[in-house]
Design a protein around this ligand. Structure first.
Ligand code: FES
Length: 124
């Protein structure tokens, strides 16, 4: 089972265990993407374009286990250029797929987010 820990903007973490044979996990992004796994397990990550690599709102920073993820494609790198708080370990969670069942991955959602139109934003 792959083990993935998600840390949200407030620093709260949640860990899920998945078997990759169960992919696709959800229709958000690539079949075994960090976003698809998160959404399937009730962990919300912004994803304004629905996971088709057309925004940067699903930006996460991989703190552990980068080598267990698929490599960046050119379109992902182009979109990441628009992400606030970009780091060398930044990925679009809809594009980064977990490759192995023995993976141990930790990702953090950065504090800054450029999605100004969010269904989850508080309305006053
Ligand atoms: S949700 Fe838009 S690029 Fe991932």
């Amino acid at each position: 089972m792959a083990q993935i820990t998600y840390i949200d903007k407030e620093g709260k973490s949640a860990t899920v265990e998945v078997s990759l044979k169960d992919a696709p996990f959800d229709d958000h992004g690539k079949p075994a993407s960090l976003l698809a796994i998160a959404m399937k397990h009730g962990i919300f990550i912004e994803h304004a374009c629905g996971g088709v690599c057309a925004c940067s709102t699903c930006h996460v920073i991989v703190e552990k286990g980068k080598n267990f993820l698929s490599t960046n494609e050119e379109q992902e790198d182009d979109m990441l250029d628009n992400a606030p708080g970009l780091t060398l370990n930044s990925r679009l969670s809809c594009q980064a797929e977990v490759l192995r069942d023995d993976a141990e991955i930790v990702v953090r959602v950065p504090l800054l987010n450029r999605n100004l139109v969010s269904e989850h934003a508080k309305r006053e």
